[in-house]
Design a protein around this ligand. Structure first.
Ligand code: ADP
Length: 566
């Protein structure tokens, strides 16, 4: 869970180290002065202006008495020297601020740590001993540092508990070697083989501190492509990581039907990641006072300035507050550029909470997340209010394409959609589940492109509508998805294979010209691919083809029982 990043080992992550550096006293350029800087400033200011005043008076007298200006008496020479000295000091004084900024780039009003860390590309961590600071003296094994021992010996030491498994990256300074040793230790401890789980072929340094801990390898998931998806006039080849046979083939068929009907159109309805901390007061009355305060339009500017300070990309949009007795849940909504934004918004929320604490000293912060966000849960608040990107995507399918490509009819699709996706889901008490299989497509694209797969829960909220057009000749089909939570920077998007899939879609990384545009396009693509998936599966169901195609693509020709015993 990204929000839990702060809970990682206190010094093992470079981000944490930066924070520690930021929190520790900083060297000040003004420390070099013999007197307190404020006193020194005043003295030199007075000297500068007194000398200037004296010289100007003297020059005026000289002009009046026609005395050459370059004829200087002792007093004028002293005044000139004082003026020069104080001038040099004052230049230096203003320079101090510059020097100070240079020394301490991160100030309270600066961008977030990641921004400070160096530009627009999120860090790719190297796994060198120098970068991973060891918070305590290095572990010694047989009188040598851990890295100087053989892998077998280290694995045995881990198994015996002499070396903590989680410290291997820091102790060895080599993430690949750490994963290999840990894997050996796991095999020793459990007596079970990890053969089949790949070890090589991945950059373990890019995982460290960002994507996974206690790494022993990686799971292979096949990636297929569906497309071209003709969406908003552009063609996309959509990568889908899945082990469900038929899924990519089916989505591909939906793409074909859309393409031959002239393409799909998407509209971004709203955009904003949310985070809702919960705070508590002694009384519900006080909690209500907080609600009125944060929802008062007159206070929005102050709160947004405090919030926006944490990142170049976080821009507070609104705060929606609900109460449960004396507990107040403040649902912050913010744009987050091309990042999915959970980390980003959490920093802004923390800033505002600190500010509110001064105004409401009796406020008790219970948790930075109070579940009214709502992250990774099916909730009405996301369904109605949206979270991440809210997108509607539509296409008009021609009757002849429906019969030629999809092997069904407009009327069969309209009826099936009403009976299954609307009435059936209503009977089931669905929350955002008025669709055939949006979650299939969302999950496959999420895994391929490095999104947080757990956010598939709300990202798959979708209502599919199918309505006859032109007297039943054609079909208007749409998917409305209020909570697509995607990013093209941060988290798993920076891993090589996931970045390659983003690259295929032309949305890799940050969009430099228009921050946020890459993530928006990705959300539109997700909706477009869901539209294709819905069209195809609904057609298969309407035509009674589903079981046949699943038997063809999903059933392995291999002996499954035998494979399971290997
Ligand atoms: P998340 O919250 O999705 O986990 P993070 O906030 O941790 O993502 O990572 C996003 C990082 O990328 C931030 O440090 C941010 O400053 C940086 N960044 C650079 N360019 C962009 C951009 N165009 N949009 C969003 N973030 C960007």
């Amino acid at each position: 869970m990204r929000i839990n990043a702060a809970a990682r080992s206190p010094v093992s992550s470079p981000g944490q180290q930066l924070k520690m550096q930021r929190d520790s006293p900083k060297p000040l350029a003004s420390d070099a002065l013999p007197l307190p800087v404020s006193l020194t400033n005043k003295i030199f200011m007075v000297l500068f202006f007194s000398a200037s005043y004296y010289l100007m008076r003297r020059w005026r007298e000289k002009i009046r008495s026609s005395t050459p200006l370059h004829m200087l008496n002792l007093g004028e020479i002293v005044a000139l020297m004082v003026q020069l000295a104080s001038f040099i000091y004052l230049i230096g004084f203003f320079g101090i601020d510059y020097v100070q900024n240079y020394i301490n780039k991160s100030s309270d009003g600066s961008w977030d740590l990641d921004d400070v860390r160096g530009g627009d590309i999120p860090r790719r961590q190297r796994c060198s001993a120098a970068e991973i600071r060891i918070p305590r003296p290095p572990v010694l094994l047989r009188g040598k540092t851990l890295a100087d021992n053989a892998d077998d010996d280290i694995a045995s030491a881990v198994r015996e508990g002499a070396v903590p498994s989680h410290s291997l990256e820091a102790e060895l300074g080599d993430c690949g070697r750490a994963a290999s040793v840990r894997r050996q230790a796991v095999e020793l401890t459990t007596g079970r083989s990890l053969e089949g789980l790949p070890l090589t072929g991945i950059d373990y340094a890019s995982i460290l501190g960002q994507c996974c801990e206690m790494v022993v390898g990686y799971v292979q998931i096949p990636v297929g492509v569906a497309g071209p998806l003709l969406l908003d006039g552009f063609e996309f080849t959509v990568p889908m990581a899945t082990t469900e046979g038929c899924l990519v083939a089916s989505t591909n068929r939906g793409c074909k039907a859309i393409y031959q009907s002239g393409g799909a159109t998407s509209t971004l309805l709203r955009e904003g990641m949310t985070r809702a901390p919960v705070v508590r007061f002694a009384t519900a009355k006080r909690a209500a006072e907080l609600k009125f305060f944060v929802e008062d339009a007159n206070n929005f500017e102050t709160l947004s300035v405090i919030f926006n300070r944490t990142s170049r990309f976080a821009r507070l949009q609104d705060i929606f507050c609900v109460l449960a007795g004396r507990n107040a849940y403040l649902r912050f909504r913010s744009s987050t550029g091309d990042a999915m934004g959970m980390n980003m918004i959490s920093k802004g929320v923390q800033n505002v909470l600190s500010y509110l604490q001064h105004l409401f000293p009796d406020m008790e912060s219970v948790s930075v997340s109070g579940n009214f966000c709502a992250d990774k849960k099916a909730t009405a608040v996301n369904w109605v209010e949206g979270r991440g990107k809210s997108v509607v995507c539509e296409a008009v399918l021609k009757g002849e394409i429906i019969s030629k490509v999809l092997k069904t009819s407009v009327s069969a699709l309209v009826e099936l959609n009403m009976v299954k996706n609307l009435a059936g889901s209503a009977l089931a008490g669905a929350l955002g589940g008025f669709n055939a299989h949006a979650s299939n497509i969302v999950s496959a694209i999420f895994i391929a492109t490095g999104q947080d797969p757990a956010q598939n829960v709300e990202s798959s909220h979708c209502i599919t509508m199918m309505e006859a057009l032109n007297g039943g000749q054609d079909l208007h089909v749409s998917v409305t998805m209020p909570s697509i939570e995607v990013g093209t920077i941060g988290g798993g998007t920076q891993l090589a294979s996931q970045a390659a899939c983003l690259n295929l879609l032309g949305v890799k990384g940050a969009n430099l010209e228009s921050p946020g545009a890459n993530a928006q396009t990705l959300a539109r693509i997700v909706a477009g691919a869901v539209l294709a998936g819905e069209i195809s599966l609904m057609s298969a169901l309407a035509a009674g083809q589903l079981v046949n195609s699943h038997m063809k693509y999903n059933r392995s020709s291999q002996n499954v029982a035998e494979a399971g015993t290997r």
